[in-house]
Design a protein around this ligand. Structure first.
Ligand code: TPP
Ligand code: MG
Length: 563
């Protein structure tokens, strides 16, 4: 038991959880915690230039590192500004813990300055939003927050602490290890009988296919999924936005399905007779929620840590509640007993799909329809690929030009690709990517965004410079909100409103911020510029001007996401 300030006790609890970065902006209600960081070097406060960006960074940090991330913000607008980024953490299943310093209790319920019902504002976008009741219960509240954020399906939580509970208060702090207040070991195993039925179905399959979702990343199940697939000759398909759940160079890997994905993946999925959805919700983005990608005749085995997801979007033959890694191991063990039966016909079909995709994308470097000036956005990708470090973490912002990245970058390591995760918020690219770099400093990090998306958070170049974060931002500048302009062109008779943009030169803007700027107007300039940006060792921006000849949207209004 140690007597200390209540604010220091909060910091000690974060340290016990391994938290080494806190994202936010200062404010009068959090000085009781913030000032306790003075002189400490075991934990760093990353003060951003807008709270929304702090939440986006925390999201990137948590997804890249697999560790919880923390935001600390002040009363009223300071915390309200987090909402868009925390909504992303909610959609993207990231354990982000918000500690909001609130006005003192005497301001509450009487329209005091900066007094808002923050708890209710955060309820729909967190797994738990709680008003801390007393100084004595702060420790319990912080433990609850970590337990909730990290158990089962991960996600954000919010603690609202009125400042009078901490200001100048001391407590007798009893340090506790995380294992004493939340389950830190063990994995949820699948039900034995369900495993046996799933194994029998997989053993009888002629064209089995594995869809690997975010659950594979969260449970580190990639290697076990691959072993299972190799045993059964299963095609490997990642779910939408989770291309890094399975190694892309593997012979059984085809490509990602969905709107921005590979048509070859759709062909394979449609022809599969048994589909194992491992840690995948079979979401709207992966499946379109209809049988345009999946085949109604295919039998589906679905594995998810959250029983509420099993059978939610498609009828399943076998549903298994469990950890993706534990279940993959259980299935392999059950199947090994019956030995391996090679499926040469299906293997040949998988190889054909893989080759067809490779050839389609390779052709983009030479297609006459993609030549000419200004450069078509597709033409930038083979060139960026030439300079992309092998271990690079890539964050893809919303927008039509960045969206091309989904089918055009390849990953062999988990925790390599980050995106808006069904949230769709423009402007997360730069900030999330900076968070990934802070979460995994040993790997390279790059964000790819459009001119619209980049201007949402360009001020965070200042944060990147102050914190000396080595980072590359690629800006595909088509001078418009292209995704929306394409919609107005195709579905609204070219009645353009609010879609054209007049931008500064982004490489020059980078220099004003103290970062490095590069400009690549021709395809042959891109690889050199991107390599130099990575080599410069600090934050860098590569502007690539591209044409407005965007790929047209295939969906009618109301027919799906427009980001
Ligand atoms: C926060 C937010 N506001 C608005 C939108 C709608 N929206 C989707 S894409 C887009 C335009 C993106 O433009 P840009 O970043 O330049 O990419 P481009 O489509 O031109 O490649 C807009 C405004 C959104 N997704 N998120
Ligand atoms: Mg644009």
């Amino acid at each position: 038991m140690t007597h200390m300030s209540a604010g220091q006790a909060v910091i000690e609890m974060l340290r016990a959880e391994g938290v080494d970065h806190i994202f936010g902006i200062c404010g009068t209600t959090t000085n009781n915690i913030l000032t306790e960081l003075h002189g400490r070097d075991d934990i760093r406060f990353v003060d951003t230039r807008h709270e929304q960006n702090a939440a986006f960074m925390a999201y990137g940090y948590a997804r890249a590192s697999g560790k919880p991330a923390v935001c600390l913000t002040t009363s009223g607008p300071g915390t309200i500004n987090l909402i868009t980024g925390i909504a992303l953490a909610y959609k993207g299943r990231a354990p982000v813990i918000v500690i909001a310093g609130d006005v003192p209790r005497e301001f509450i319920d009487r329209d005091g300055n900066q007094a808002f019902d923050l708890v209710n504002l955060f309820k729909p976008i967190t797994y738990m939003a709680q008003h801390v009741q007393s100084t004595e219960r702060v420790q319990e509240a912080v433990h609850n927050a970590f337990r909730t954020a990290l158990s089962g399906k991960r996600g954000p939580v919010m603690l609202n602490i009125p400042r009078d509970l901490l200001d100048y208060k001391t407590i007798d702090y009893q340090a506790r290890t995380p294992a004493s207040y939340r389950a830190t070991d063990g994995r949820v195993q699948g039900d034995r009988e369900a495993i046996a039925r799933a194994a029998a179905l997989l053993a009888s399959a002629e064209r089995p296919l594995l869809i690997g979702g975010g659950g594979i990343i969260d449970s580190d199940a990639g290697d076990d999924a691959v072993k299972l697939a190799e045993h059964l000759d299963m095609a490997l398909i990642p779910s939408y936005g989770h291309s890094d759940s399975l190694p892309n160079s593997h012979a059984l890997f085809i490509g990602m399905p969905g709107w921005r994905g590979s048509p070859e993946a759709h062909e394979a999925i449609h022809h599969a007779d048994v589909v194992l959805a491992l840690g995948s919700r079979l979401s709207q983005s992966t499946t379109a929620w209809n049988y345009s990608i999946l085949n109604p005749a295919s039998k589906i085995i679905q594995v998810d840590i959250d029983s509420a997801e099993v059978g939610r979007n498609f009828a399943v033959e076998v549903g298994i509640v469990g950890d993706a890694r534990a279940v993959a191991q259980q299935l392999l063990e059950a199947l090994r007993a019956s030995g391996k039966k090679t499926k040469p016909g299906w293997l040949a079909e998988i190889a054909q799909h893989k080759e067809k995709r490779r050839a389609r994308l390779a052709a983009e470097a030479h297609l006459p329809t993609l030549s000419g000036e200004p450069m078509k956005p597709q033409r930038a990708y083979p060139e960026i690929n030439k300079a992309l470090p092998k271990d690079c973490m890539v964050t893809i912002d919303a927008g039509i030009c960045p969206g091309l990245a989904y089918d055009r970058f390849a990953y062999d390591l988990p925790r390599s690709v980050f995106n808006y995760a069904g949230h769709g918020g423009l402007g997360m690219g730069l900030c999330t990517s900076l968070g990934t770099k802070l979460g995994r400093p040993e790997r390279a990090a790059m964000s790819i965004q459009g001119d619209g998306g980049f201007m949402y958070s360009i001020q965070e170049l200042n944060t990147a410079v102050r914190f000396r974060i080595p980072h590359v931002s690629i800006v595909l500048n088509n001078g418009c909100h292209g995704s929306e302009k394409a919609q107005q062109l195709r579905f609204w008779n070219s009645k353009y409103v609010a879609v054209d943009l007049d931008n500064p030169r982004f490489d020059k803007a980078a220099e004003v911020f103290g970062a490095q700027g590069f400009y690549a107007e021709r395809p042959q300039d891109i690889a050199g510029a991107v390599s130099a940006a990575f080599a410069c060792g600090g934050p860098a921006v590569v502007e690539i001007p591209v044409s407005q000849d965007f790929p047209l949207p295939s969906k009618a209004p109301g027919g799906g996401a427009a980001h």
